[in-house]
Write a protein that binds this ligand. Structure first.
Ligand SMILES: [Zn+2]
Length: 482
């Protein structure tokens, strides 16, 4: 009996060890992720300013030489590509402005932020996908964070007010404090944080100015504040940080140095166009009046040596831009620095974007640091569309269908990074099956042991009794010697 008890006890402990409670959600094995976007941070803005904190995170983490935003190089389209991993023509947020060519209404960048009908085109941003897989997510001023997607809102979303100041350094730090508390006190897993600079200064003063260098120093101090705050919140070993942006900036070319693009020199808006979006940097779209498309196209086609004019269906496919119902029939964009003016030259900005994403001035930044990233790693340039699968990998979230690839970014990560959750799920199942099989085998062994051991003992005893009796018989019989 003692042997049986030991075996059963062993079996019990074995089962308890193998069949530990299996949690459906393994999020604890993944680190948290903070993505910060500084709007309009051209790839080389740190090269003519002292940026000790950006230099520090380069040493402590990953820097890409530069990254290429999608076309059109504009805030909402590009940010939405980063958070969805989809080309602009696929996610449908094709411009900063929401517009309706029937009602002729236009809504500004800030006005669109709560307008679900502009953002929700059947493509789920990462906040929602991560939430649906058990992660807690937040958006702090990030474009698109205020909309609903398939009826779901981001768990916590703060949308920029109309009067929000872009460059208040104190407020920048307060925002970092708020977001880090979301991570520490409320156990958020994924937060996107957006700043409107250096875009504003780039527009108003131009990219090659002391004012732009001043705002880069402010951004660098803010990153220094972030590094210290991460330490103070004990998040250094648990939080990955990606710092990126949506596009670059270039100096606008003005008369009398160049002949500016002014569309009304070549076409009559009144006679040929029903609706247009121009006077918005280097890019524009026009809806011709019925039957006027060819006339409009021919009038603009070779009008200005630095103006590119396309019918929607002929727009170069490599831009991944025009195959969307929202794109108007005529697309125009200027060579670098040539702004698209409509009826008059009313444009006062010194810098702008929206140009071909192939120009170096449209390229932007990518930095990353934290427990999953290698140190002092310089990555080759890549398209911003590949940030999405990287974020999914870091969060252990199964990605939605997307146009990105982890192949461009996985070298940045330590090879020990956890596999995606789906594989973890399979491992859980395998462990469970193994436990059942092991238990069954052990149970059978117990049964065999319980039946076989007493049987053998009885059999052995019977045999030795018989042998003893036979010996006794032999001894009691007289020896006969023949
Ligand atoms: Zn801008």
């Amino acid at each position: 009996m003692r042997n049986h008890s030991i075996l059963l006890l062993t079996l019990f402990f074995l089962k308890a060890a193998v069949c530990k409670p299996i949690t459906k959600n393994e999020k604890k094995s993944f680190n948290k992720l903070l993505v910060i976007s500084f709007d309009g941070f051209r790839w080389d803005y740190d090269q003519d300013v002292e940026t000790p904190n950006l230099d520090y995170i380069t040493k402590e983490g990953v820097k890409a030489k530069y990254i290429t935003p999608p076309f059109v190089t504009m805030t909402s389209p590009s940010h939405f590509t980063t958070i969805t991993g989809r080309w602009v023509e696929e996610h449908g947020v094709i411009h900063n402005m929401m517009f309706n060519p029937e009602t002729l209404k236009k809504f500004s960048f800030k006005e669109t932020q709560n307008k679900t009908e502009w953002w929700d085109n059947g493509v789920l941003p990462l906040w929602i996908t991560a939430q649906n897989q058990g992660r807690k997510t937040g958006s702090f001023h990030y474009p698109g964070g205020g909309a609903n997607y398939s009826g779901q809102s981001v768990y916590r979303s703060l949308v920029e007010s109309f009067s929000h100041p872009d460059s208040n350094e104190t407020e920048w730090r307060e925002n970092i404090d708020i977001v880090l508390k979301w991570f520490t006190e409320e156990n958020f897993d994924f937060v996107t944080l957006y700043y409107g600079e250096p875009d504003q200064v780039g527009h108003l003063k131009g990219p090659e100015t002391e004012e732009r260098r001043t705002i880069i120093r402010q951004i660098d101090r803010t990153i220094g504040y972030l590094i210290n705050a991460i330490e103070a919140h004990n998040l250094k070993d648990k939080l990955n940080v990606i710092i990126t942006s949506d596009h670059g900036m270039t100096t606008i070319k003005k008369a009398p140095n160049v002949e500016e693009v002014l569309l009304s020199k070549y076409i009559s808006f009144k006679n040929l166009t029903k609706f247009d979006i121009v006077d918005y940097g280097g890019h524009g779209m026009i809806l011709p009046k019925p039957g006027k498309e060819e006339e409009l196209y021919q009038a603009l086609k070779n009008a200005h040596p630095h103006l590119h004019v396309y019918k929607k269906e002929e727009f170069p496919a490599h831009f991944h831009y025009a195959k969307n119902d929202r794109i108007l029939p005529i697309i125009v964009y200027g060579d670098l620095g040539y702004n698209i003016n409509g009826r008059f030259i009313i444009y006062v900005n010194k810098g702008d974007h929206g140009f071909d994403n192939n120009y170096m001035d449209m390229k932007t930044i990518f930095r990353a640091f934290g427990p999953d990233f290698k140190k002092n790693y310089l990555a080759e340039p890549f398209d911003s569309i590949h940030i999405y699968p990287l974020m999914c990998k870091l969060l252990g979230v199964n990605p939605e269908p997307n146009n990105g690839s982890l192949a461009f970014t996985q070298e940045m990560l330590h090879s020990t990074s956890e596999p995606p959750q789906r594989q973890s799920g399979l491992t859980e199942e395998s462990t469970f099956v193994a436990a059942i099989v092991l238990s069954a085998v052990l149970s059978i062994l117990v049964v065999i042991f319980v039946i076989y051991v007493p049987y053998t003992v009885i059999k052995r005893r019977t045999r030795s009794n018989q042998e003893a009796e036979q010996k006794m018989d032999r001894r009691t019989q007289p020896e006969t010697n023949f």
